[in-house]
Design a protein around this ligand. Structure first.
Ligand code: AMP
Length: 182
C-alpha cells in the first residue's frame, strides 16, 4: 500500500517510472497528462477545453484538473493506494490535494523528485515525438515547470516528505533506487 506523488520536470521519466511502480504495487497510476490526452483524443468537453493549453505547453486551468483528480481518487480502485504523476503542478493544486486527502481520510506517504539536467530533458522530449514535444513547446514547458512546479520541491521538503532520485541514469537503475525508497 502506498500513496506517492511523482515530481520532476517534463521528460524526467516520471510517467515510465510511476507506471512501473504502480503496476508492481497493483495500485492505479494516475497521470493527469494521460487523462487529458485521452480526453483530447476523444474530444470530450474536458478535452476540447484543455487542448490549446497543452499544445502551447501551458498548464490547463486548475479547476479542470482539480475536478478530474477529485473524481479519480474517489474511484474504488484508488482506495488502497495511488501514484500521482503530473499532479500537483503548482501550489494551488498542492493545497487542493491537501484538502481532498483530508476529506477522504487519506495521507500521502512520500513525494519523489526525479532530477534530470535540462539538456538531457530536451533530448529525451525531442525523441518521444509527442504532439506537444516541439522545440518551442518544450522550452515553454520547462519555463512553466521552473516557475510553477519547482516551488513544490520546497513545499514538500519542508514537511519532510521529499525524496530526490537522480533520474539521469539507466532506467533500471532509477527503478531500483525508487523501489528501495518506497
Ligand atoms: P504531462 O504528460 O504531465 O507532461 O502533461 C502534458 C500537459 O498536460 C502539460 O503540459 C499540461 O498542459 C497538461 N497538464 C498535465 N497535468 C497538469 C496539471 N496537473 N495541471 C495543469 N495542466 C496539466
Amino acid at each position: 500500500m502506498a500513496r506517492l506523488i511523482f515530481l520532476g520536470p517534463p521528460g524526467a521519466g516520471k510517467g515510465t517510472q510511476a507506471k512501473l511502480l504502480a503496476d508492481l504495487a497493483q495500485i492505479p497510476h494516475v497521470s493527469t497528462g494521460d487523462i487529458l490526452r485521452e480526453a483530447v483524443s476523444q474530444q470530450t468537453e474536458l478535452g476540447k477545453k484543455a487542448q490549446s493549453y497543452m499544445l502551447q505547453g501551458e498548464l490547463v486551468p486548475d479547476q479542470l484538473v482539480i475536478g478530474l483528480i477529485r473524481e479519480r481518487l474517489n474511484f474504488p480502485d484508488a482506495k488502497p493506494g495511488w501514484i500521482l504523476d503530473g499532479f500537483p503542478r503548482n501550489v494551488t493544486q498542492a493545497h487542493f490535494l491537501d484538502e481532498l486527502l483530508l476529506e477522504i481520510n487519506q495521507k500521502c506517504d512520500s513525494v519523489v523528485n526525479l532530477e534530470v539536467p535540462d539538456d538531457v530533458l530536451v533530448i529525451r522530449m525531442l525523441s518521444r515525438g509527442r504532439k506537444d514535444d516541439t522545440e518551442e513547446t518544450i522550452r515553454r514547458r520547462l519555463e512553466v515547470y521552473r516557475e510553477q512546479t519547482a516551488p513544490l520541491i520546497d513545499f514538500y521538503q519542508t514537511r519532510g516528505q521529499l525524496f530526490s532520485v537522480n533520474g539521469d541514469q539507466a532506467m533500471e537503475v532509477v527503478t531500483a533506487e525508487l523501489k528501495a525508497l518506497v
